[in-house]
Design a protein around this ligand. Structure first.
Ligand code: AMP
Length: 415
């Protein structure tokens, strides 16, 4: 019987070493940028109680209605593979009493997330996100800081993007505005798409996201939330904008910006990259001052973002070249251990070093060193010689110790 070929599940992918290098350097960049602004490394489980997302992300969202990977464990508990990171961060904040620490508590994370979406370029069922959250203060400088950090991360990854920015006000304003919007939508109900009409009562704001022509015309005449902000929210938003203006970051004020999650209040933003086509969102986020209390914690303001690792890599420029390794070649089997030890010592001295491990001939080893783009080859036999792959010059050395000295001195000169 022919066995079916095993493949990664639909919408998932393997990261091979050739892609891994770019992911590694993106991660190092994110850790550096966020770490220097005080965002500490944070991890939470890949699965959580389903209720966390039902309550935290919002029952009317696409994520909760259609996209969650939910399963029952052996004890009959309903668990869900996390579709986003903010709810888990808020749960952890409450669970570990982080409100007793000096505020704000700043967290950064990197890891896999899961959404049951129709796969296409830049859209997967398992994808990685980089995220940052600041909990425990509603200072507008946190909104601005987080936006600037994501802007730097994208810029330094070679992603050209446009920043859309808006404010959704507070829950009260949003409720009053929602009623106003629903009246408008009902008045023009016959012009709307069926989907939008069906959502008037549950999530009227999402109508701004619609691509449907009739709906778009209705939305062009719709009242705008940004014109209804109360004085406190308007002032908060003005301060966020002033800080962004001072930093020289360009943004488009876009009152139609509605993020896919229910929990946002005040600032919302999204970075889009035109080079990504249909899935243009590279990263986005906003303020969620009601989320922690909604999850049963003390009233706690918060703001954060998440950015898609794969989309940053798709839209970004090529990775920096890896460090050229030293290649340790072996003249004959007798010298295998000496060569192995030499490679280990070179690594100990801070060099990238690889040793022959596939029984190649000397000619084959030189060819392989070329493929690896080695800077230097150390040839280990009865004699030890060091070959500079740039100049082709090959010199004998007295012993392993001198070989290491020559190689590290060469690296110091060229590096
Ligand atoms: P969101 O939580 O929906 O705002 O997503 C934040 C970022 O995660 C987006 O801007 C994308 O870059 C990325 N992202 C979201 N969903 C997916 C997906 N299904 N596949 C790949 N990346 C995604």
């Amino acid at each position: 019987m022919a066995s079916a070929k095993l493949q990664a599940p639909r919408g998932t992918f393997d990261v091979l070493p050739s892609d891994g290098r770019r992911r590694d350097s993106l991660r190092a960049l994110a850790d550096d940028l966020l770490g220097r602004a005080g965002y500490g490394s944070f991890e939470s489980p890949v699965f959580e109680d389903t209720e966390l997302f039902a309550r935290g992300v919002g029952a009317s969202t696409d994520i909760v209605q259609k996209e969650m990977f939910t399963f029952e464990d052996k004890g009959g508990r309903s668990l869900t593979l996390r579709p986003e990171g903010t709810a888990g961060a808020c749960r952890a904040y409450v669970e570990h009493g982080m409100h007793k620490q000096p505020q704000p508590v700043k967290l950064r994370y990197w890891g896999p997330f899961f959404r049951h979406e129709t796969p296409q370029a830049g859209r997967y069922r398992q994808f990685a996100q980089i995220g940052a959250e600041a909990l425990g203060s509603d200072d507008p400088s946190l909104d601005a800081e987080l936006i600037l950090l994501l802007d730097s991360l994208l810029e330094r990854s070679g992603v050209k993007s446009r920043l859309r920015l808006s404010s959704l006000g507070n829950a009260g304003t949003r409720e009053a505005y929602g009623e106003e919007l629903r009246v408008h939508l009902r008045e023009r109900g016959s012009e709307l798409s069926e989907e939008v009409r069906g959502r008037i009562d549950t999530n009227a704001l999402r109508a701004f996201d619609s691509g449907h022509e009739g709906t778009r015309a209705v939305m062009a005449d719709a009242p705008r939330l940004i014109d209804r902000l109360d004085p406190g929210d308007a002032e908060h938003f003005a301060e966020v904008r002033a800080l962004l203006d001072d930093a020289g970051v360009a943004y488009d004020l876009d009152p139609t910006l509605v993020r896919g999650l229910d929990y946002y209040t005040r600032t919302v933003f999204e970075f889009e990259s035109p080079s990504l086509g249909a899935q243009s969102g590279v990263g986005g986020g906003g303020r969620y001052d009601g989320l922690v209390s909604q999850l049963g914690g003390p009233a706690t303001p918060g703001v954060g973002w998440a950015a898609g690792v794969e989309r940053i890599l798709l839209a970004g420029s090529a990775a920096p070249a890896p460090e050229a390794p030293v290649y340790v070649a072996i003249v004959d089997r007798e010298h295998r251990r000496a060569a192995f030890a030499l490679a280990r010592e070179l690594r100990g001295a801070g060099m990238a070093a690889q040793v022959e491990q596939a029984g190649r001939s000397m000619k084959g080893q030189m060819k392989h060193a070329g493929r690896l783009d080695a800077s230097t080859v150390v040839i280990v036999g009865d004699e030890i010689e060091v070959k500079d792959m740039g100049t082709g010059e090959q010199v004998p050395v007295a012993d392993a110790r001198e070989a290491i000295a020559v190689v590290t001195a060469g690296a110091a000169i060229s590096g």
